[in-house]
Ligand binder design. Structure first.
Ligand code: TTP
Ligand code: MG
Ligand code: MG
Length: 486
């Protein structure tokens, strides 16, 4: 059996606020670029759906009611739902915040035939929580999930063993979980639209064309699905993503978002006492196309820094020809942090750093716990968090410039003078000599500080004669001090 709540977030809001009952409602953030997380069934009549940008939803329905989400509340409801389902079967596998599988084999003597069990679960959820759900019943797990979607909202769909071959034959392949745009394209070429079409090909051929997934599809098309309801398993993955306030194409800015998301994921992992051994990233571009990259790692990690290390390395494989709209970081292959590990005979060289980062993160976690989020952050993320206000209430921006200084500059002295000036004015960055005798410096600070340093380069060092100063705007970086580099 697969149970999935109807328009979950929106239904909870409609239940708790009578003014929203029977109205087109979306649950959504309130930034201009927010996307709909879910739409009430009244709103769906206007063609509004999950992941649609809010502005588009408003265009489709002028009297749309927009409600900000409350994840804590939904998580609490989710727990209650899972508890109700667990009263009907000992084998319950929650798969997301609003859905679960329940193996009801053998429960008939207690609660009646499958459809009766489904009706009882629906009734219990309705009377105790005033929420509706839809339930699919089938001899196979993957088919139960598809069935729960067939009569939404407030429906029950029972596919019996006898009906299964007929249903499979006409089942559009996009209904199968895991079939994305890439697989759809591959199958389009082969003229495959339904599981019935898949049946025409043999396993070897499909495996050659689509790898492991081809094999699974082949099995499913014949009604073979060995997966069973898994209870007590850990969550499969944890992720965090953010739609940016405006599209970006700047590597440095993307790097900061990756770091912030990685730290968030790390925090969630540690909160649940888990470690991961797989990291992935998701990048959505301005035109809503997206790419994901992931890698399995030979280690078990939970610090934001370690996750970031892999996320950034994956990010360098992404082509940045298009502006980025959304950045996400995820981890999977989760295990309890207490699970025994095969110790290496010789600790790898970065073992100590890894342990140190973990204890830094745990210390930061306890500060969060006590004083709230955003009290401590990596220096590189400080501007994002502090949003310092300059005079006049405008946000002060961090500016970063690379400066090439040529002429008759006295190497050591010039660098020392630059260091002193930088410390006095308060910029960060570095100064160094180039092989051709010119000097390269990077100044980072407020636009005013950077301008003062630039001016200083022309006239500031008394013992040098500066002929030319060439400047180039750079993305801000994580300079903590001003230093002389060699
Ligand atoms: P779903 O079960 O996919 O959708 P739903 O419950 O809103 O509607 P349906 O009746 O079709 O099942 O997702 C459960 C919740 O997860 C949903 O209420 C909000 C959240 N969600 C998002 O935040 N973003 C998304 O893109 C989707 C699909 C869901
Ligand atoms: Mg749902
Ligand atoms: Mg769902």
């Amino acid at each position: 059996m697969h149970i999935d709540m109807d328009a979950f977030f929106a239904s909870v809001e409609q239940r708790d606020n009578p003014a929203l009952k029977n109205k087109p409602v979306v649950v959504c953030g309130n930034s201009p670029r927010a996307v709909v997380s879910t739409a009430s069934y009244e709103a769906r009549q206007f063609g509004i759906h999950s992941a649609m940008p809010l502005f588009q939803a408003r265009q489709r329905c002028s009297h749309l009611m927009v409600v900000p989400g409350n994840m804590k509340k939904y998580a609490k409801e989710s727990k209650k739902i899972m508890a109700i389902i667990s009263q009907f079967s000992p084998l319950v596998e929650p798969v997301s915040i609003d859905e679960a599988y329940a193996d009801i084999t053998g429960c008939e003597t207690l609660f009646g035939p499958p459809r009766t069990i489904a009706m009882k679960i629906k009734q219990a959820i309705l009377t105790q929580l005033s929420l509706t759900c839809s339930i699919g019943i089938a001899p196979k797990k993957f088919l139960a999930k598809i069935a729960s979607d067939m009569n939404k909202p407030d429906g029950i769909t029972h596919i019996s063993r006898e009906q299964m071959p007929g249903v499979l034959k006409d089942l559009p392949i996009e209904k199968i979980s895991g079939v994305g745009t890439h697989a759809m394209k591959q199958m389009g070429v082969l003229n495959i639209r339904t599981l019935g079409d898949v049946q025409r090909f043999d396993a070897q051929f499909l495996s050659r064309k689509m790898g492991k997934f081809g094999l699974r599809l082949c099995a499913l098309s014949h009604g073979i699905d060995d997966t069973c309801v898994q209870t007590g398993t850990l969550r499969k993955s944890i992720s965090s993503e953010t739609t940016l306030p405006s599209d970006i194409s700047d590597f440095q800015a993307a790097r900061e978002v990756l770091l912030a998301r990685s730290r968030r994921v790390g925090r969630d992992l540690r909160k649940k006492n888990l470690v991961c051994s797989s990291v992935s990233i998701k990048i959505k571009f301005f035109d809503f196309t997206q790419t994901t990259k992931s890698r399995k790692i030979p280690d078990r990690i939970c610090s934001g820094e370690a996750i970031f290390h892999h996320a950034l390395s994956l990010f360098t494989q992404v082509s940045l020809k298009k502006k980025i709209r959304l950045i996400g970081v995820g981890v999977s292959h989760l295990q309890s942090a207490d699970a025994p590990v095969q110790m290496e005979l010789i600790q790898p060289p970065d073992h100590k750093t890894k342990k140190q980062w973990e204890s830094v993160d745990r210390a930061v976690d306890s500060i969060f716990e006590k004083f709230g989020r955003d009290m401590v952050a990596p220096a590189v993320l400080k501007p994002l968090i502090e949003k310092p206000l300059a005079k006049g209430g405008k946000m002060s921006q961090t500016q970063c410039k690379k400066v090439l200084i040529s002429g008759k500059v006295q190497g050591v002295f010039f660098r020392m003078e630059t260091l002193k000036a930088a410390q006095k004015i308060g910029v960060t960055g570095y100064v160094k000599n180039r092989a051709n005798g010119s000097v390269e410096a990077v100044f980072q600070g407020t636009p005013d500080q950077v301008a003062r340093m630039e001016k200083w380069c022309h006239t500031g060092a008394p013992a040098s004669r500066v002929d030319q100063v060439v400047t180039e705007d750079m993305p801000p970086s994580d300079y903590n001090t001003f230093e002389i580099r060699y």
